[in-house]
Write a protein that binds this ligand. Structure first.
Ligand code: PEP
Ligand code: MN
Length: 346
């Protein structure tokens, strides 16, 4: 729908608009109101180049698209009945929980192995753990491929599928060769379209999942869904959206908690939403409340940093990882909320 900033386009303006739209296989239909006219685009209006050309005309205010720009991620797309499965859970049919350390310490494999057993015991379906870490400070610990062996050992020992972040082609290849079940694309890379495409190509047609974090700097919900479309359009629909807080931070929290976008995502896309409350609030004491808020808002699950001894962990664990007993309570309460949400309580 083309909205001009004049009441009615002149004949020359209408011709200019019609020529642009015609160049993309569409035509213009005038809708005459009492005072103003608007101009419907008849045809496939999703072409960004067409919209950019129209919005570049001085007498056009904006172009509103009725069709979704996400052909596959859209809630009305042919993929809308697709179900993502991981850890024996079909997302959307029961709450899903992924937990584990922020960062796997290659010098202390036992800590990860013990934590893996403990998160399983607490009720988690999958184990998370960072092998390579995106750190703000280049002198901070950056990760180590040796940690991948520990993660896979923890997976074998517990039977839990694993999620780990990849930041480049080398990580991607190593993670896939090792048999990682879920590739995490972190908040710093969720807008790295080249990486999204690499991941999409590498997992096309496979059962590997992607946990796509919401970027620290993502604004419109559409931007998040478009990032997922990059992966899905290459042939693997197993994408899980993961809100984790954005910037600027809410004073006192690490980021601005964004679990409240879950209903907006659910309205626009069929993809499951698993919220990460830890990076959102950044402090273990706030994680239970943030977890339950996410579930109340309609999340399909949670991804939580957990460590048997948070103080001995590296990366974010000392400040924001919960202990397994706290995780267990969160999982129990999240399950209860799920039942309330679905009207199966009492
Ligand atoms: C993490 O999961 O440890 C992590 C670095 O997450 P994010 O990309 O959301 O900061
Ligand atoms: Mn972390």
């Amino acid at each position: 729908m083309i909205i001009p900033n004049v009441n009615k386009l002149s004949d020359e303006q209408l011709k200019e608009v019609s020529d642009i739209v015609g160049g993309f296989g569409c035509r213009v239909q005038v809708i005459t109101g009492q005072e103003r006219c608007i101009y419907a685009i008849i045809g496939d209006e999703r072409n960004d180049d067409m919209v950019t050309k129209l919005e570049g005309l001085t007498y056009i205010n904006r172009v509103d698209r009725i069709q979704s720009p996400h052909k596959l991620m859209d809630v009305r797309s042919s993929l809308a009945t697709h179900k993502v499965k991981i850890g024996g859970v079909t997302l959307g049919t029961e709450p899903f929980f992924c937990a584990g350390p922020c960062t796997i310490d290659p010098k202390n494999p036992q800590l990860t192995i013990e934590t893996a057993h403990a998160v399983k015991e607490a009720g988690a379906h999958a184990l998370r753990g960072g092998v390579w870490k995106p750190r703000t400070n280049p002198y901070s610990y950056q990760g180590d491929a040796k940690a991948l062996l520990i993660l896979m050992e923890a997976s074998r020992a517990t039977g839990l599928p694993v999620d780990t972040e990849v930041m480049d082609e080398e990580h991607l290849q190593l993670a896939l060769e090792a048999g990682v079940d879920c590739l995490q694309i972190g908040a710093r890379n969720a807008l790295n379209y080249a990486l999204l495409r690499q991941v999409g190509h590498a997992i096309a047609g496979s059962g590997v999942c992607v946990l796509l974090k919401r970027s620290i700097h993502m604004g419109a919900v559409q931007e998040f869904i478009s990032a997922a479309e990059y992966i899905v359009q290459l042939g693997n629909p197993n994408v899980i959206l993961c809100p984790r807080g954005t910037q600027p931070a809410l004073d006192g929290y690490r980021n601005h908690p964004d679990e409240s976008i879950v209903p907006l995502l659910k309205e626009r896309t069929w993809a499951p939403v698993v919220v990460d409350p830890c990076h959102s609030v950044g402090k273990a004491a706030y994680v239970p409340a943030a977890s339950l808020a996410a579930m109340a808002y309609g999340a399909d699950g949670l991804c939580i940093e957990c460590n048997v001894s948070p103080g001995k962990g590296i990366g974010d664990d000392p400040k924001q990882a919960v202990t397994p007993d706290v995780l267990k309570t969160i999982i129990q309460q999240a399950r209860a909320l799920w039942k309330i949400r679905n009207g199966r309580m009492g």
